[in-house]
Design a protein. Sequence first.
Length: 246
Amino acid sequence: MKTKAALSHLVLSIVIFSGVIAALLFLWYPPPYFTASGGWQGLKIAASVDLVLGPLLTFVVFDLKKKSRQKLMGDLIAIALMQFTALAWGVHTIYNQRPVAVVFWGHEFMTVPATAIEGQGIELEELDRFGKQKPPLIYAENPKDLEGKKALLQRINEKHVPPHHDLLLYKSFAKFFDEILPFQLNMDDILEHNAEVKAELDKILAKTGKQKNDYYYFPLKSKYHNIILLFNHDGQLANYIVVKLD
């Protein structure tokens, strides 16, 4: 009976967890940002709570021979509440860290989590003006005049807002796409020294029927992986390659 109860709990947990995965992949962390923004790491935490902790505790406490049904029901309700609370906290954390913008600053793209925008007292709807794509691609323009540079440094020092989180610098990506072209990756050098990247690019080219030079290549900075973003020559994001870190 203990095993059957634990397995039943596991099946129910898998159903619930499947909903979490669906939200992660299709709503909160569309590719490649699931990999870049730590979706896997958050998913592992949620999985340890939902798929391991709950069923394991059910297996431990379930004993009809030593406990009355009323006592057993109370234990199971307590386990369910604990599991739900822990899972809700994990999902809430993952949700708050979802990327809401992908900003080009300096010489690379960086994801911006929801907390970085909302922490400034800014509504996420403010990002809608930069495009319907979720998350939108945005260009952060480095001020060229002295006053603009002073104002930027002041915001960094006083408000601790890094440039790629600073909405005052945000510009339409489509209008400024030409500005980022000098920062393309040297793919010839990368392909020469990284067989995995070459293999992944070969798959993309074979599937799309395109040549290497049909794309522009830019880095997406990530805590967990390096990502290479592939853009069509019209500035549309077309594909990506995940580069494993040593």
